[in-house]
Design a protein around this ligand. Structure first.
Ligand SMILES: [Zn+2]
Length: 257
């Protein structure tokens, strides 16, 4: 309706037409998870849909339905399960959710599908779901982006981080997510409450239940106070370009003139 590419905004007739003309459907998968003192719980779900929309601009791709729930938050990449507000699905439930949604989309006739995840912990499970949904079929193509980008250009990294980069797992609720939110959705960012933080230790292994020393007090894992809307614009553009490249490579016929 009204030219929107959001799946949930289509009528059933518009979905039938999208299937008929061979459009792709891209399913954004996020999480409802604490993002420090200053960002909302739906940060990952919001990014999954909005960055997927930005990255598929200019292509015949319907974006959705948004799957806002993710696999369990882990201490070293999302703060872990102890924060109020964080919702977590088990691996089996999460895989089944993604798989059944993909099967429904395939059932209604979509043959070009993409899964776009913004939440590190969803990796492997989204692949498993897509694998099972497509298993034994040779009449379709499912592209799975377990992470929304491979990395940023040297220029973008220099602009955003200078010479201090903590690695992507520690970037939870920190510079990148804060910046992109400041750029896209500033009304939901409370910079006065943002605090830089860091876990007392970052072991290369997991401990269950997670001790307090492997996560942070605030839930931000690094330095959100370094976030700015300008940095967010740089990141958004590169992340969107990444998906553009993937679409040009995998579904070149969907580029709109
Ligand atoms: Zn996040």
């Amino acid at each position: 309706v009204n030219g929107s590419r959001v799946y949930e905004h289509q009528t059933w007739k518009e979905i039938a037409e999208a299937v008929e003309r061979g459009a792709a459907v891209a399913v954004p998968v996020g999480a409802i998870e604490q993002h420090g003192y200053h960002l909302p719980l739906d940060t990952d779900a919001f990014f999954a849909r909005e960055l997927c929309l930005a990255g598929s601009d200019g292509f015949d791709v319907i974006v959705g339905p948004l799957l806002p729930f993710g696999y369990r938050s882990r201490p070293l990449s999302g703060g872990g399960p102890t924060f109020p507000g964080t919702l977590s699905l088990s691996g089996g439930t999460f895989t089944a959710l993604v798989r059944e949604v993909l099967e429904s989309l395939i059932g209604m006739g979509f043959r070009k599908l993409l899964v776009y995840s913004w939440h590190m912990e969803n990796q492997n499970f989204v692949y498993e779901a897509a694998y099972l949904a497509a298993e034994g079929r040779d009449d379709l193509k499912v592209v799975v982006l377990e992470t929304p980008f491979d990395g940023l250009s040297d220029t973008a990294m220099a602009t955003m981080y200078g010479d201090e980069f903590p690695g992507w797992p520690a970037e939870h609720a920190s510079l990148m997510e804060t910046s992109v939110m400041l750029h896209m959705r500033p009304e939901l960012v409370d910079m006065e409450r943002a605090v830089d933080d860091g876990a007392e230790r970052e072991p290369s292994y997991e401990i269950i239940p997670p001790p307090a020393s492997v996560t942070t007090e605030s839930g931000a894992l690094w330095k959100p106070t370094r976030g700015t809307a300008d940095k967010g614009k740089v990141a958004l553009e590169e992340i969107a370009e990444h998906l553009q490249r993937v679409l040009r490579e995998e579904f070149p016929e969907l580029a709109l003139a």
